[in-house]
Design a protein around this ligand. Structure first.
Ligand code: ME8
Length: 513
């Protein structure tokens, strides 16, 4: 069976997750579900990045131990993934003893072979971001990411010999044009950073304690990026007694993240892997930021939106749909409550919700809930059928490129086409003439069959909605819900019995906002 290994970043535990964090995890979950539906052996990894000075400080302020502090927040993050219906296969924590043991081995191995050496570091450091910056990166003495002041520090530290892998990395980029996407980020990394020359990277710290200790040099803790990035392989048991998952799933098919950490994933991480003599991930994809009023959404900027509140109000499938449909995956996207309400009402309440309720309602009204096993084609059927049998393939083409919004647009072309088919065939007119009953039955059957295909197509993005459709159409045969069955028209038994249910997506009134 073909494997598919997909990861999100491991999130810092420095506050409650906001809708920006959920953007990456929902996208990863959509891909994981989509690949599972297509028969892949999928591993979907997420987790939390639990070490560092910030956590140490925050725990001290809260009057708890760092471990207690991260235990609480890791539980909060897991709770959010449940709310967002993100079904990861493994949740890695950097305080997990198995991870700690593997990281120590990685560090020692790199030190023993000369890829890590001891030196001294002087640099501009941003404590909240746990990042060093060069003079040119700093903006008027402030951190380019969080805009707070950076400070000059000097200390004894270990370094990773990144410079040694510059040529190998360039070769890898050249041989793998899709290693880093979108293309704009690839060009930026390759031309502005890699070809400009790789500097050795500081990989240990002595100014705080809350990290994985360097076994052979007391006082040093492993600086966050080796600890954090290597989670992608420690989660598979790399350098542990059981590395069967590593053998099965590595190299990763896809590392997903937002643009601010692409440098770490597309430069530092490959250098670590090259030094370990391990294969590089097949693809790194960096999407843009969800913004609010033109600024990156985040706790420090005070514009974070709580995913729980949105899910309570609109339902989880609607929020997942909105995130994947509204914003193009790649550039930044601006989150606004108005866009959410508009999208919800137009695409979900009107287009999809009405298609389902009209179809079920008409089967009830005209055939007392059970379609007769009779049929005569109408002049409008073929157009609908032609689109229905190509929709999944069209969605596949887009999903394989992580073009979520385009994939959903393809699917909604069918939703809209089916609604148009109702207008074209005018079932209420057919219903007035008893001799037209076979045509009316055909129309309603075609609508039900289209809804079956739609239920398959939307499942990766909207995992709960297919069940609503299946319950109302009484679809119980699991083979009718398989991905490939969505490329065929006419599989649904003709004499279906429907059961009307509550509106799948009740309209949201704008005035209430
Ligand atoms: O960087 N829009 O963790 P982090 C879109 N621990 N995505 C957003 C976002 C927004 N407004 N805010 C956060 C770290 N994200 C490190 C990663 S990986 C080995 C270590 C998402 O908690 C996005 O995926 O700051 C971004 O890259 C990630 O959260 C950063 O999460």
């Amino acid at each position: 069976m073909k494997t598919y290994y997909i990861t999100t970043p491991i999130y810092y535990l420095n506050g409650d997750p906001h809708i920006g964090h959920t953007y990456t995890t929902v996208a990863a979950d959509v891909m994981a579900r989509y690949k599972k539906q297509r028969g892949y052996d999928v591993k979907f990894l997420t987790g939390s990045d639990e070490h560092g000075q910030k956590v140490e400080k925050a725990a001290a302020e809260a009057g708890v131990s760092p471990q207690e502090f991260v235990d609480g927040l890791a539980a909060t993050f897991k709770g959010i993934w449940e709310v967002m219906n993100c079904e990861y296969d493994y949740y890695q924590r950097t305080t997990n003893p198995a991870h700690v043991a593997s990281i120590k081995k990685i560090f020692k191995k790199l030190f023993d072979q000369g890829d890590i050496y001891k030196g001294s570091y002087e640099g501009l450091y941003c404590t909240p971001c746990e990042s060093f910056f060069t003079e040119t990166q700093v903006e008027n003495g402030n951190c380019p990411d969080c805009k707070r002041p950076v400070g000059k520090i000097s200390e004894e530290a270990y370094f990773l010999r990144m410079s040694k892998y510059q040529d190998a990395l360039i070769k890898h980029y050249d041989a793998n044009p899709e290693f880093l996407l979108p293309i704009s980020r690839r060009n930026e990394m390759l031309n502005n950073f890699i070809k400009a020359g790789l500097e050795d990277l500081c990989v240990s710290r002595t100014s705080f304690k809350w990290g994985i200790p360097v076994d052979f040099d007391a006082g040093h803790v492993i600086y966050v990026w080796i600890d954090a990035l290597s989670n992608y392989i420690t989660a598979l048991g790399y350098l542990s007694d059981d590395d069967s998952d590593y053998k099965r799933y590595w190299p990763a098919d896809l590392h997903l993240m937002a643009k601010e950490i692409v440098r770490f994933h597309a430069i530092i991480w490959p250098c670590i892997l090259l030094a370990l003599d391990e294969p590089l991930p097949k693809q790194v994809f960096a999407h843009g930021w969800l913004q609010y009023d033109g600024q990156k959404m985040g706790k420090s900027l005070g514009n974070a939106i709580d995913p729980r509140a949105l899910v309570d109000e609109y339902g989880v499938d609607a929020i997942r749909y909105f995130l994947m449909r509204e914003f193009t995956f790649g550039p930044d996207g601006n989150f606004t409550p108005t866009a959410l309400i508009n999208r919800y009402n137009a695409d979900l309440a009107n287009d999809l919700g009405n298609l389902l309720s009209r179809t079920v309602g008409m089967v009830e009204k005209y055939f007392s809930g059970t379609l007769p096993d009779i049929s005569t084609p109408t002049a409008f059927d073929q157009d609908l059928i032609d689109l229905a049998i190509t929709t999944l393939q069209n969605a596949e083409d887009r999903l394989d490129k992580l073009a979520f919004s385009e994939a959903l647009n393809e699917i909604w072309n069918l939703v809209r086409r089916a609604n148009k088919y109702i207008d074209e065939t005018a079932p209420w007119v057919l219903a007035k003439d008893e001799t037209k009953a076979p045509e009316l039955a055909t129309v309603l059957y075609n609508l039900a069959e289209t809804l079956r295909i739609l239920s398959i197509a939307i499942a990766p993005v909207m995992p709960n909605t297919p069940q609503i459709i299946h319950t109302q159409l009484n679809i119980t045969d699991p083979t009718l819900c398989e991905w490939e069955s969505g490329k065929k028209f006419g599989l649904l038994p003709r004499a279906i019995t429907v059961t009307k249910g509550p509106a799948a997506f009740p309209r949201v009134e704008k005035e209430k906002k």
